[in-house]
Design a protein around this ligand. Structure first.
Ligand code: TYM
Length: 334
């Protein structure tokens, strides 16, 4: 049986990159597998954060996930700090992971920048916690955007070393399959086609939030950086045009088609035609999600009850697995 796990940081309302790269695929995958989805608040404190805002941001992310189609009756939905198995396993996996492996993580290098000596130890060991998130459920498939690929390769290295060091002939952790697909796997900034769309970008104009209204969406798309050429009629014509390629990719992901399909429709047209069509499609797809998110957030007690139940379900799966991992490492279990 395929067991799916994925996580998202509680950045409040997700942006279009989170949605197209990950959340939309999470919704689809619910059809044929056991799915476990986690709002990763432990990861959120690896960088400076506002303690007064974190709990509400966690609720907002949970509400947006449900509004986007994660069904808490069908999938396990919970927040990470409510299931202690993550931290217990994370420590063990930190002791399995090698410093040299962590040193290669490009996301750490990007996030730490020139400030390497001064970032938290948690930011450095973050990928070991991410491996623990997945392996505490012995999940074997992880749907993410393309930026998480390296972290999943590391999670596999850690799982294999754990198996080799502690499990003899009988591997305990499964191989993790990264599930990364579609034109939404790498959504770029609307202001700079070489940077990914990200919550940490200082420009609000660089991203679309899942609760942006029609006017905000239209304005951001109108201002999105492009070039003066009309759209080509073949995907090869997008080479060297990262901003145009990004907008076409967003359209393709939302319309459930591919780049070639979009270019068959819009090839030869200028952005004066394409941008309003893209805005209309974004509004049509996002506005029902925004309305539902607001409705769910109006009843925080109901939302908390859903998360509490999700945490119980998650604990029931993860606790026995992490107990066994501790036995394999050799802890005295009384
Ligand atoms: P996070 O919170 O940065 O992003 C959540 C998901 O959104 C995807 N994503 C994107 N996809 C396409 N284009 C973009 N511009 C874009 N920006 C973000 C991410 O790839 C991700 O799938 N470390 C993870 C969270 C995590 C996790 C895990 C994921 C913690 N434990 C275990 C999987 C399994 C992160 O910070 O994602």
């Amino acid at each position: 049986m395929r067991r799916i796990f994925s996580g998202i940081q509680p950045t409040g309302i997700p942006h279009l990159g989170n949605y197209l790269g990950a959340v939309r695929n999470w919704v689809t995958l619910q059809e044929g597998a056991e799915c476990i989805y986690c709002v990763v608040d432990l990861h959120a404190i690896t960088q400076p954060h506002d303690p007064k805002a974190l709990a509400q941001a966690t609720r907002e992310m949970a509400a947006a996930l449900i509004a986007a189609g994660i069904d808490p009756e069908r999938s396990v939905l919970f927040h990470q700090s409510s299931v202690h198995a993550h931290v217990r396993l994370s420590w063990i996996l930190e002791c399995v992971a090698r410093i040299g492996w962590l040193n290669r993580m490009t996301q750490f290098k990007d996030k730490a920048g020139k400030n390497r000596e001064n970032v938290s130890c948690g930011l450095y060991t973050y990928p070991a916690l991410m491996a623990a998130d997945i392996l505490a459920y012995r999940a074997n498939a992880v749907p993410v955007g393309d930026d998480q690929r390296q972290h999943l390769e590391l999670a596999n290295d850690i799982a294999q070393k754990f198996n080799f060091d502690f499990c003899g002939e009988d591997p305990f952790f499964p191989v993790i399959e990264p599930v990364i697909f579609g034109p939404g796997a790498r959504v770029m900034s609307l202001r700079d086609g070489s940077k990914k769309m990200s919550k940490s970008d200082t420009s609000e104009q660089s991203r679309i939030s899942m609760t942006d209204d029609a006017d905000a969406i239209a304005l951001k798309i109108r201002r999105a950086k492009t070039d003066p050429e009309p759209l080509p009629s073949e995907p090869a014509g997008l080479e060297g045009r990262p901003e145009a390629a990004n907008l076409v990719g967003i359209y393709a992901a939302l319309a459930d088609t591919d780049t070639a399909g979009v270019l068959r429709q819009f090839g030869g047209q200028g952005f004066g035609v394409f941008k309003p069509a893209l805005s209309d499609l974004l509004v049509a797809k996002l506005s029902p999600i925004a309305t539902e998110t607001r409705r769910l957030l109006a009843d925080p007690a109901a939302l908390d009850a859903l998360l509490r139940r999700g945490a119980e379900q998650a604990r029931a799966i993860a606790e026995p697995i992490v107990d066994e991992a501790e036995r394999l490492v050799g802890f005295l279990k009384l």
